[in-house]
Design a protein around this ligand. Structure first.
Ligand SMILES: *Cc1c(COP(=O)(O)O)cnc(C)c1O
Length: 357
């Protein structure tokens, strides 16, 4: 069986060595030594001023909207995981979908301004599959209209844009460290900002809004545990190797699928990709469904990621049309991609695809 992704696990011994440190202290959550160390290492790796390790990649989106005091309209992408839209709705804001561009499938920055109203307060965009949004254009628009910028960087860990970590852009960037993501802690996520005041408020939000007996603000529980931090401490040093192995797998796919009718997204110049996903676009939805079925008959599991286009979710009020996002969503499939995938496996996947199309 070949699955679409396979969680990277460090040698078990190494994980237990990290766990033992928490065990010896009998301290397993509330900013223990492993969480503190992981945060320091992540800050260094990403070259950012503030980073908080949190429970998951969804609560950090909610915390971002809350800390920036966003209560009305949020311009967002229809081509992302459902958590991006859910966070906006959960915070009782209104998602305003702006279509994506046909090259990298990120929000089309040229279409943002016509969707701005007097109620627009923020832009929440996803660096989808780890491809950078047009951060320059988005920043200019945000300045012109006094909007906040939040990036859902759930796929962006380790990707560089213009020689800077992609996760360092925007007023706030978030990431997910879920087991299926490129860098993971089992469950987990982080929130990043270079603004001191925002960071201080976020730190309060993360632990109920109080420090000891002093109660400063409303808060939530966004803390993560030593068990999760231990996984991160084991995985982080291996990231260069993980990325380079995934690059190799992606290049095998590139070569094998080169002369087919399948198309692939193209990223902005200045992207140093992290090989988080391997999405392919078919000629039609019928073709995609046929390929997916044939792969399954061979015990190979791909994923319709992202489908449906989020503007089509059944709980969206007054839905709009996003033609490019809907078109791509219908025809895009993520092929298996993980660290230990072998050349023979990639060859057998491509053989099924090529013989079907
Ligand atoms: C995975 C993902 C999330 C949610 O992250 P969790 O850690 O699973 O809560 C949010 N946005 C995007 C784009 C994702 O892919």
């Amino acid at each position: 069986m070949i699955t679409v992704t396979k969680t990277y696990l460090p040698p078990f011994e190494e994980y237990t060595i990290q766990l033992k440190r928490a065990w010896d202290k009998a301290w397993i959550t509330n900013n223990g030594i492993l969480v503190t160390e992981l945060e320091a290492k992540l800050k260094e790796y990403l070259d950012v001023k503030h980073l908080l390790f949190c429970t998951n990649g969804t609560i950090v989106l909610q915390m971002a909207l809350k800390v920036l005091d966003i209560t009305k309209e949020v311009i967002t992408t229809p081509f992302s995981y459902v958590a991006t839209t859910n966070a906006i709705l959960w915070e009782r804001c209104k998602p305003v979908f702006v279509d994506i561009n046909k090259d990298d499938f990120c929000i089309d920055s040229a279409k943002i301004e016509s969707s701005i109203t007097e109620n627009t307060q923020a832009i929440l965009a996803t660096h989808v599959y780890g491809y950078p949004c047009n951060t320059d254009a988005i920043e200019k628009i945000a300045l012109r209209h006094n909007l906040k910028v939040i990036y859902d960087g759930a796929h962006a860990f380790g990707a560089l844009y213009k020689n800077k970590q992609l996760l360092s852009y925007g007023d706030i960037s978030t990431c997910s460290f879920h087991a299926t993501k490129l860098f993971h802690t089992g469950e987990g996520g982080c929130i990043i900002t270079n603004n001191d005041e925002i960071a201080e408020q976020l730190s309060l939000f993360r632990s109920f809004g109080h420090i000891g007996d002093k109660y400063y603000s409303m808060g939530i529980n966004g803390k993560n545990s030593e068990f999760h931090a231990a996984m991160g401490l084991c995985n982080l040093p291996r990231l260069p190797e993980i990325i380079s192995n995934r690059k190799q797998v992606s290049e095998w796919y590139d070569n094998l699928l080169m002369n087919s009718t399948i198309t692939r997204p193209t990223s902005l110049d200045g992207t140093n990709y992290n090989y988080a996903y391997y999405p392919v676009v078919f000629k039609s939805e019928e073709q995609l469904l046929l390929v997916k079925k044939k792969l399954e008959e061979n015990d190979i599991y791909s994923r319709r990621y992202f489908y449906p286009s989020l503007n089509k979710l059944p709980f969206i009020e007054n839905p709009v049309t996003c033609a490019t996002s809907e078109n791509i969503s219908n025809k895009i499939l993520c092929l298996p991609l993980y660290d230990s995938l072998k050349l023979e496996e990639v060859e057998s996947i491509c053989k099924v695809i090529l013989s079907t199309i």
